[in-house]
Design a protein around this ligand. Sequence first.
Ligand code: GLU
Length: 551
Amino acid sequence: MDNQKLADLLFPEVVNTPEYYEEKFPYRKLPNKAEVTRMAPSPTGFIHLGNLYSALADERIAHRNGGVFYLRIEDTDEKRKVDGAVEIIIDVLRYFDIEFDEGAGFDDSAPQNAYGPYFQRQRVEIYHTYAKSLVERGLAYPCFCSEETLEAVHAKQEADKVLTGYYGEYAVCRNLSYEEIKENIKAGKPYVLRLRSQGSPEKEITFVDSIKGEIKLPENIHDIVLLKKDGIPTYHFAHAIDDHLMRTTTVVRGGEWLASAPIHYELFNVLGFKLPAYAHTAHLMKFDEETGGKRKLSKRKDPELSLDYYRKDGYHPYCMKVYLMTLLNSNFEEWHEKFPDKNINEFPFTVEKMSQSGALFDKDKLHNICKNELSKLSEEELYIFLYDWAKENEPQKAELWFADKEKMLQILRLYMGVGAKRRRKDFMYAKQVFEMIGYFFDMEQEAKKDEFKQNKETVAAILNEYLSMYNHEDDNSEWFNKLKAIADKYGFASDMKAYKANPENFKGSVSDIAEIVRIAVTGRANTPDLWTIVHIMGEAQMKERIQAAID
Ligand code: GLU
């Protein structure tokens, strides 16, 4: 067969050669050790925690040594495309503090976008150039098999109890003559372009996965599809060409691709490309209460897989980043504790330390990290974060609750323990913060109020007493002495030691008196310092609430 003739027949429009593109996209001039990574999503508009997890790994790998992290859009599957998906990806990653250096979303005339275009559908000419060169070398051929033929082959293979697929003697179109091919094309028969695999079932490939270590897999023997009927490449073919020409050094991708690594190994080989370093990530897992074991996080069952979930509830992006770093590298947590003031981007991130078997997503752990990290913010930083979140998610509260900035800052200082001996760690995420401090603004909406433990009459009597003794000028200890006086009067112990020695002699202690006032004022039995709360709230509002509780 005259391969050149076939190549010209199949790709009359191709004018360039692979050499042209090799020259057009030269090796990048980067500092020693710098790596080039990419995120290569399909534009489906759905981006989840697992994507963020690998994007952070990509970003860290690239930026730890002055490399490049770019965004490529794998839009070969028209059906899955969603308008605005690229903006969503960029916006979401930016929210979580991950920035691309290059790629989709940047202007293609921008100097950093020298390796584009970054949308696969705009690269068809490039794929066809390489496809043509494979045909010229006898390494690819057109296949006209219909669905029915393929099904028949499959059925025969099953009956013969042999490996199913399009390979070797089962590859019906492998040895068509030039004339047959020409006839078919003339007749307008649709066809795909297949690789003429050189693999052998007896042989294995070996390569080192940066996360999983040495991998041995049987060679690929399948004549896989390179170009689909519409001339659009498959993932296998497109990613090989793109990762090569965009000079990617490290490919971080989901572990589900590991099984196709032999295909990619062969493709890089026949195309004459150097294989990039592959890092196949483990799935994010979660503890399953039903089975008591681990399972993959699922889109259907686990709302926390979606990144919207964290934005809607107002998880601080920095907390998410710290959490993902602890998932990514097991030694990060210790480092972060040891150097709490260092920028986390200084952490010596390594691919080799990434989890091999499935990183376990743990919400309690995330919440602990949130508590810790939020407690390190200044009240001004927290204020800005909460205000921004409210503007986006709770516009009414943004207007009313933030009208008096000083009041909000006082509340935050109180809840964070600013100036106290120890920082408090009550806050986890914006929505929860709003629930926690909501009583300052709106008692009606406080759905879950704690109940008084004492009977109505006692509560009313104590609150009336409190009102009659109350003086807004009292300092914290004068105010507390009055609570003690009320305790004595109503048979509660004002002295805790005395109470602990003989609890049966009392109806309770001064802390029960404080609790009654606290519940009346805030609707809850646990809050930070009540005197401070009352002074942030103001005398009028406090009295109104006590009165309401009495009524
Ligand atoms: N488009 C592929 C995906 O979304 C990319 C895999 C890769 O990173 O190579 O799964």
